[in-house]
Design a protein around this ligand. Structure first.
Ligand code: ADP
Length: 396
């Protein structure tokens, strides 16, 4: 029996989950945060409720990975590195090129590096993670799992922007979407729960985390999705704006004397969404707590819900119906009130949630009333499990 590790490397973070395979037993999980920023936080959870934490300076991803591997040994989670038989990396952008996960060799790594322009905030960190593991465990199979692959099935009519066609032809400027690994996992679980083949279902999946998106799944494939060329598009998020009229950006830049478009993009990514509107927090829990006394917090939550409802409506119309609505990720799995209020607004579709069944967090469950004609499912996502499953699939 081998052990596979799923890695999600961000610009200053490294998250991981270690599984025993092929039985998919979770052995450890954790994160290293503030890499390269001083006072890096390390947290590893393992065994029956054991937890290791530390704060120290970790300069770069190489150091973070070396520390993580050393800790797996010193905490006796592993006896030796030889037990690791697979490493899977989440990679944000796969462009049109990567329609599925791949085994990483020199050629694929070069191709991933060439897609840097499609995710300038994320891809460099993903590549650092891949290279750092390759250095320490050169003989272990290493797999890249792309956030975008699941969306390479989008029909042309949905991935094209109404811009001059040559921008697509020359530069591949189009919608790519994100959260594909989560959608792949959740949609298959939904089909299992409903006892029907995924190919026969029309699903709208709400991946509502700090980064949030919505996916329409038809004929077992991603049919439309709310994120766009980059993850800044779509619904209101923790710190991202979602869809805005580009002209308002030019207007604000003029008024606020913002001369560099990169700075405006940074505002759209990090200072907008729940935090930008509420001024209170980027965390939905804190926004919900503040909303009774704070108009802007109330507005932020209302706008979040409005954008979700708007996308669901358009996806039901695009697919010509819906069999099930699925909630996943931090907000979707945990905000009981938001799930209830959202679905109350959707009763005309035949969506009805049983408030007792809904009174739960982070557990897989059909939360619909018995007479609901459209099912509502709560399915905790597991992108890391999908990543280690891909290692097993590609190893064969
Ligand atoms: P990401 O993977 O994009 O960082 P997650 O899927 O982990 O995000 O979701 C994190 C978010 O989930 C938090 O920012 C918080 O807003 C939200 N969240 C977690 N628990 C709750 C809760 N009980 N009520 C409302 N929102 C919650």
């Amino acid at each position: 029996m081998g052990k596979s590790i799923a890695i999600n490397a961000g610009s200053s973070t490294l998250k991981f989950k270690l599984f025993e395979m092929p039985n998919e037993k979770l052995l450890a999980l954790g994160a290293i945060e503030r890499i390269g920023l001083g006072n890096s936080d390390v947290e590893i959870k393992y065994g029956d409720g054991k937890k290791y934490t530390d704060t120290l300076d970790i300069k770069n991803h190489d150091e973070a990975i070396q520390l993580l591997l050393d800790k797996l040994i010193s905490l006796k989670i592993l006896e030796s590195f030889d037990e690791i038989t697979g490493v899977g990396h989440r990679v944000v952008a796969g462009g049109e090129y990567f329609t599925d996960s791949v085994i990483i060799d020199d050629k694929t790594l070069q191709e991933i590096e060439s897609l840097r322009e499609f995710a300038p905030l994320h891809e460099p960190a993903n590549v650092l993670g891949i290279k750092a593991f390759k250095k320490i465990l050169p003989d272990v199979i290493s797999v890249a799992v792309f956030d975008t692959s699941f969306h390479t099935t989008l029909p042309e009519v949905n991935y094209m922007y109404s811009l001059p066609y040559e921008y697509y032809e020359k530069h591949k400027a189009r919608k790519y979407g994100a959260h594909g690994t989560s959608y792949r996992y959740v949609s298959q679980r939904a089909a299992d729960m409903l006892g029907k083949p995924l190919e026969d279902l029309k699903l709208v999946v709400l991946h509502l985390g700090a980064g949030a998106s919505i996916d329409a799944i038809k004929d077992g494939k991603s049919y439309d999705t709310s994120m766009g060329f980059s993850p800044v598009a779509g619904i209101t998020m923790a710190t991202r704006s979602g869809d805005v009229d580009p002209s308002v950006l030019q207007y604000v830049m003029d008024k606020e004397n913002i001369t560099n478009f990169d700075d405006m993009i940074d505002i759209l990514n990090h200072k907008s969404g729940l935090i930008g509107i509420s001024g209170v927090s980027a965390d939905m829990r804190e926004v919900e707590e503040a909303q009774t006394e704070n108009h802007r917090a109330h507005l932020a939550r209302d706008m979040f819900m409005n954008r979700v409802v708007r996308y669901i409506g358009s996806y039901v119309a695009e697919m010509g119906g819906i069999d099930a609505l699925v909630f996943t990720a931090g907000i979707g799995e945990n905000s009981i009130t938001l799930r209830q209020e959202l679905t109350d607004q959707l009763s005309y579709f035949g969506i009805k949630v049983d408030s007792e069944k809904n009174n739960i967090r982070g557990v897989e469950r059909d939360i619909s009333t018995n007479d609901a004609t459209v099912k509502t499912l709560l399915i905790p996502t597991d992108e890391e499990l999908m990543i280690v499953r891909d290692i097993e699939r590609l190893r064969k």
